[in-house]
Design a protein around this ligand. Structure first.
Ligand code: FE
Length: 199
């Protein structure tokens, strides 16, 4: 079995936001048609944002363009909302009370209608209740991001805290030691692929 073929499933790059939490997601699909279609998004169960979606039942997806500021990907993709305030910069507009990325191609507001439990992720099925398109820029694909991530983002860590950085995806964990059963919430690798960084 050559599992690498799954990397050829084409996916985009999205910032998922709701009140007080947010993360990068790539596994987004339209699952039904009509004026208010259903959209699915997979979110890791260990992710702080996962619990927030289950509580609020409503979230936004901002569709990222190719020229998006890499700091936005770094903030939402490499850190947990437990550790940093992801909404402190001037990157946002508000749509239906949810902060969305102003420099995105557009955004979708989704209300959760179903939650499917899988091994590592929940699949949230959301009904599209509002949608805005800002421009005709080309969307960033996950494949493009993987190929160019070293140029696009520079991972930053908080001062005075011991950080462990995933050597595969750049996710940052804060703590003196990684738990033995730790798995990267972004890419799923174990603790042996994390490098310690002392600021
Ligand atoms: Fe990782």
């Amino acid at each position: 079995m050559d599992r690498k073929i799954t990397r050829n499933i084409s996916q985009g790059m999205y910032v998922l936001t709701l009140d007080g939490a947010g993360c990068m997601v790539d596994a987004v699909s339209q699952v039904s048609y009509g004026d208010k279609p259903l959209i699915s998004v997979a979110v890791n169960k260990d992710n702080y944002t996962n619990k927030a979606i289950k509580e609020k039942k409503k979230f936004a997806l901002s569709v990222l363009p190719m020229d998006i500021n890499g700091d936005i990907i770094e903030t939402f993709g490499m850190h947990s909302s437990r550790d940093i305030d992801k909404f402190s910069k001037d990157w946002f507009d508000s749509v239906d009370g949810i902060k969305v990325i102003r420099d995105a191609i557009g955004c979708m507001i989704l209300e959760v209608v179903d939650i499917i439990d899988t091994e590592s992720h929940n699949l949230f099925i959301g009904r599209l209740v509002n949608a805005l398109k800002y421009n005709d820029k080309k969307e960033m694909t996950y494949a493009y991001y993987q190929e160019h991530k070293d140029e696009l983002i520079k991972v930053k860590t908080l001062n005075n805290k011991t950080a462990w950085i995933c050597t595969i995806c750049g996710y940052v964990y804060y703590g003196e030691e990684l738990p033995d059963d730790f798995k990267c919430p972004n890419c799923g690798v174990g603790k042996e692929l994390f490098e310690k960084k002392i600021n």
